[in-house]
Ligand binder design. Structure first.
Ligand SMILES: Nc1nc2c(c(=O)[nH]1)N(C=O)[C@@H](CNc1ccc(C(=O)N[C@@H](CCC(=O)O)C(=O)O)cc1)CN2
Ligand SMILES: Nc1ncnc2c1ncn2[C@@H]1O[C@H](COP(=O)(O)OP(=O)(O)OP(=O)(O)O)[C@@H](O)[C@H]1O
Length: 187
């Protein structure tokens, strides 16, 4: 299982590095457009974004949109093995933290998000996710009722990922081409 996950991580990370910056920016704007079209999304009031790292989809264009609509915007801060969501009023409040990813400087203003945008190396058609392997998001999401939006470029979606008991699927996966909702057994 571990080897299979590692092999998929390597393959997709290589593809992601091939994407040029201009193209990634254009596709990121398309992904943000699909996100804003998710039904009822703007009825939620607090949103956990992430700062793009190593070729991830950038959601930074959503930052001012959400602020202008009176929403609380949070960014993850890594403390030990945990992710702490911290409110950010301006992107100037971020500086390089864990693995060189921009994160809030101060450990203040931690709030519970309603919506969590989840970065990933790969997602599958059942909305399972593969991350860097630290288990940060698995731990953060387990047992919580956040509305979870997986965010990626379309080439990061594969048919089926190997799944372990602690893996937490997202409610919807959004790429520039697709919006995939997780099927619920009871609906
Ligand atoms: N934008 C973003 N923020 C995030 C995550 C994420 O995946 N993306 N995380 C999700 O968990 C947490 C941080 N975890 C991370 C774990 C590993 C690496 C990383 O770059 N790993 C290198 C390994 C080499 C090295 O040691 O630098 C890599 O895989 O290339 C990044 C973030 C919280 N914040
Ligand atoms: N709910 C949890 N509680 C405790 N440990 C966990 C939990 N979820 C995952 N882990 C640990 O994290 C390790 C990595 O998990 P996994 O390979 O699924 O990471 P990932 O989802 O790819 O990474 P990330 O979430 O950091 O992007 C697992 O081997 C497991 O030991």
């Amino acid at each position: 299982m571990k080897e299979l996950k590692a092999e998929i991580r390597k393959r997709i990370k290589e593809k992601r590095l091939l994407l040029d910056k201009t193209c990634a920016e254009k596709l990121s704007i398309e992904v943000c457009g699909h996100i804003l079209n998710i039904e009822n999304l703007l009825e939620f009031s607090s949103f956990l974004l992430y700062y793009p790292h190593k070729g991830e989809v950038s959601l930074l264009s959503l930052f001012s949109f959400l602020k202008d609509h009176g929403k609380r915007v949070l960014f993850p801060k890594v403390v030990g093995k945990e992710i702490i969501p911290i409110e950010v009023s301006s992107l100037d409040e971020l500086s390089k933290g864990f693995k060189g990813i921009f994160e809030p400087v101060f450990l203040s203003k931690s709030y519970k998000p309603d919506v969590v945008f989840v970065p990933g190396i790969a997602f599958d058609l059942e909305c399972y996710r593969l991350g860097y392997g630290g288990g940060f998001y698995d731990r953060f999401l387990s047992g919580k009722d956040y509305f979870k939006v997986g965010v990626c470029f379309d080439f990061q979606i594969i048919d089926r990922l190997p799944v372990e008991p602690f893996d937490v699927p997202v409610d919807v996966v959004v790429s520039e081409k697709r919006v995939i909702r997780r099927k619920k057994w009871n609906s």
